[in-house]
Ligand binder design. Sequence first.
Ligand code: NAD
Length: 482
Amino acid sequence: MNQPSTLQHHDLLIDGRRIRPSSGQYGVDLDPADETPIAEVALGNQADVDVAVAAARKAFDGWANMRAADRGRILYKFADLVEQHQEELVALESRDAGKPVGAVRRQDLPAVIDTIRYYAGWADKINGQVVPVRPDALTYTRREPMGVVGIIIPWNFPLMIGMWKIAPALACGCTLVVKPAEITPLSMLRAAELALEAGVPPGVFNIVTGKGSVVGEAIVQHAGIDKVTFTGSPSVGRGIMRGAAGNFKRITLELGGKSANLIFADANIDAAVRAAASGIFFNTGQVCSAGSRILVQREAYDEVVDKLANRAKTIRVGSPAAADTHMGPLVSSRQMKTVLDYVDIGKKEGAKLVTGGERLGSKGYFVSPAVFADVKHEMRVSQEEIFGPVASVIPFEDEQDAIRIANGTAYSLAAGVWSANITRVHHVANALKAGTVWINTYGYTDIRLPWGGSGDSGLGREHGDTAIEDFTEPKSIWLSLR
Ligand code: NAD
């Protein structure tokens, strides 16, 4: 007989209650720092998604038609509760995703709280317009909530990226079926409980945990879901686009990146190298906008490679729970294997591995920060997203050459440019194919600014008022004045 497990059990959260998955099965959630089990998490399936969608549909009218200011008030309360439970959520997120506790405390949680408050403020400002068309009619528009929204979340910023979608959808009056990544579900399960405590009615915010190929697929195919918003890989994004065609779901896709960080010889090199290092090594490189291609003007190339490698060597890789850790493990053994495979590919392609790129220890998914020099634009390590702590440093000759290389991948999420020449930075920023360009800085995001890309980086934008438009449908109304 199997020994009963002592691990904490996490059920699905549907219609305001924790319920067992219909399969009766649970997956084991591992700590990426030491590979020990942390929790057992429900493996949902199609039948569970059906139940969650039914709950979301039932709750829709009440939530969508609530006084908008009341919806906002509940979201403000939700933000307050997240703030009160900040340390608990920091600890959960850090352990589950292997993210350094200091970084989660400084960056993820403040962004989560800011996001909820920002959209709480939007709830009663989603206006229509009176559009004067002819004298014998009153013609106006309303923005109505999209309906039931499926939300599929990745593992690199489970709570923050999740909230980028959840907060505006709730503010607009939509109801939700949320699927966290199977390897990092804990923080979102806890946050949803806090949402209930804040007064979000049962059925408005449902969570079905489980596999992407099962739960994610069921969400994408479901005729009772009106929109899917997804952050993850381009290959899954492509499948979502196809699957959404069944009932013409609206979709928003935030996919990958191979962002170029351009350093001209006249830049403040020390500042550029500092930002370039955090641009690629922050969150162990598992960032969609990671500056994974560092393009350096020939005259400054050797200096940048040297300084970057020295910086990489000083990065403290270690336990996410330690306050002085700069870089934690990769999130999973699969992700570690991908990264180590790319290090081999880069070496075989003839790039020069200046430092790092090795597994550290035998427990946990730690890899030392890697810098490749002499990378050619055509190499796979320059074209393909690695999603790990691997910098490819590529030389360029002049502005035109830099723009050609920067724009020469399938991606277009973000880019950076470093130079003291004000005309040049504007010119280059305009020419770069990217949803976000940082000038003499790198990596900032804010919920008030549009976020997203095109091509393999996705479809549509999140954040700001774009998200409000995205979770609502306009309706035109004619009233006869005759
Ligand atoms: P992934 O696409 O495998 O998984 C993302 C989410 O999709 C998970 O919740 C997963 O369970 C689910 N999923 C998997 N298969 C599915 C399917 N067939 N149908 C529906 N859902 C499915 O991606 P990943 O490997 O977990 O994350 C890394 C990728 O995400 C990288 O390519 C990265 O660039 C991208 N990403 C992009 C952004 C952004 O803002 N653009 C942010 C974070 C990550």
